[in-house]
Write a protein that binds this ligand. Structure first.
Ligand SMILES: NC(=O)c1ccc[n+]([C@@H]2O[C@H](COP(=O)([O-])OP(=O)(O)OC[C@H]3O[C@@H](n4cnc5c(N)ncnc54)[C@H](O)[C@@H]3O)[C@@H](O)[C@H]2O)c1
Length: 332
């Protein structure tokens, strides 16, 4: 058995499989790529923005393809000629603020991008397992109740809706075409390699490392359910494996979260404590259009996949802080 991290259960069958990952230059993809490479899979990574500093993508080993998931000819060519038997679709415009400023761009990347990938899988023969990334945000506001997979998707804001539609497209392809596709709905991911500085955890750590007070755009009360990215990656791989073996999982969504929920102000203070710094966060109290409270139950993933989050919040945050120290070259 190959083990990608303490918590992963990546099994030998990955050896000899060829996996296409979309959004391959992103945070989650980088850790999924590591898991799969360690397990012996061949990995092709598709992304339309490889040019930035891409920190989590393993330096060697994956075959990088520069292209857009909306390019159906490109996808068709890849899926017909490369022996791909697994597709993990993670590509998306993932930032909530830009989605509000330019919803059409987000809808196009996320919704058209998703149907393009699903349709290419439908037309290709030989794709035996597919995972599509939805999000806990697809549920919308559930008045603080823990999200469970049978709850309706009640997204109201552009990014959230783009993930709800992605989710339902995957369900549609499973129900109508028996496509072996399962869906992830992860809580808020954090971990080394996230270069989206507008996100609270990387933004806070970077501010502290460069000697500035961390900035909270909201009033700090939004509750989020945080999940260490390596645990999420192990979940994605476990789900991909399972949907290939168990056709009844087609169209099924799985929440992944650690049950580590707290208001934004508290996670910022926890990071400051772990970094042993006494800085006062700047609270901007901007009127953000975001879900006030998100709690996620991962009971189904635990039960059906045997998945467990293996990383405690403090060790996850400490590993993350260490990663940014090294990346930014700051000893502080
Ligand atoms: N980060 C989180 O907290 C979180 C939580 C729940 C769900 N998700 C979902 O998980 C997936 C991965 O999230 P992440 O945080 O790693 O994202 P990320 O922003 O780090 O990476 C996304 C990648 O997709 C690429 N991309 C975007 N549009 C594309 C297109 N049209 N064609 C090709 N590539 C394109 C981007 O260049 C980027 O490299 C996303 O689908 C996201 O919606 C993320």
């Amino acid at each position: 058995m190959a083990v990608g991290n303490e918590g992963s259960r990546v099994k030998e069958p990955w050896s000899g499989r060829t996996v296409l990952i979309t959004g391959a230059a992103g945070l989650l993809a980088g850790w999924v790529e590591r898991e799969l490479l360690e397990a012996g899979a061949s990995v092709l990574g598709l992304d339309n923005a490889w040019d930035g500093p891409r920190a989590t993508t393993p330096p060697g080993g994956i075959d990088r393809i520069d292209g857009d998931v909306r390019d159906t000819a490109l996808l068709g060519g890849l899926l017909s000629g490369r022996g791909i038997d697994t597709v993990i679709h993670l590509a998306a415009q993932t930032l909530v603020g830009p989605a509000i400023e330019n919803p059409v761009d987000t809808f196009s990347n996320n919704i058209e991008g998703s149907w393009s990938v699903l349709e290419a899988c439908r037309l290709a023969s030989g794709v035996r397992r597919i995972v599509v990334a939805s999000s806990d945000k697809a549920y919308g506001d559930a008045s603080g109740q823990p999200y469970r997979e049978e709850m309706p998707l009640r997204a109201h804001h552009p990014y959230d809706m783009s993930k709800a539609v992605t989710d339902m497209l995957a369900q549609t392809y499973a129900a109508t075409y028996a496509l072996p596709v399962a869906i992830t709905r992860c809580g808020n991911l954090y971990g080394g390699g996230d270069l989206n500085w507008s996100r609270i955890i990387p933004g806070t750590i970077r501010s502290v490392l460069i000697g500035e007070a961390p900035v909270i755009r909201s009033d700090g009360t939004f509750v989020r359910d945080y999940l260490y990215v390596r645990d999420a990656a192990a979940g994605v791989v476990a789900l991909a494996d399972a949907v290939g073996e168990r056709p009844e999982l087609g169209g099924t969504a799985f929440n992944f979260a650690a049950g580590f929920r707290m208001p934004v102000i508290d996670i910022v203070k926890r990071i400051l404590t772990l970094m042993e710094l006494d800085l006062e966060p700047v609270i901007m109290s901007l009127p953000l259009q975001e879900i006030p409270e998100q709690r996620v139950s991962a009971a189904r993933a635990r039960r059906e996949l045997g998945w467990r989050p293996r990383t405690s919040v403090d060790s996850g945050l400490l590993e993350t802080i260490a990663w940014y120290r090294e990346y930014l070259g700051v000893a502080r």
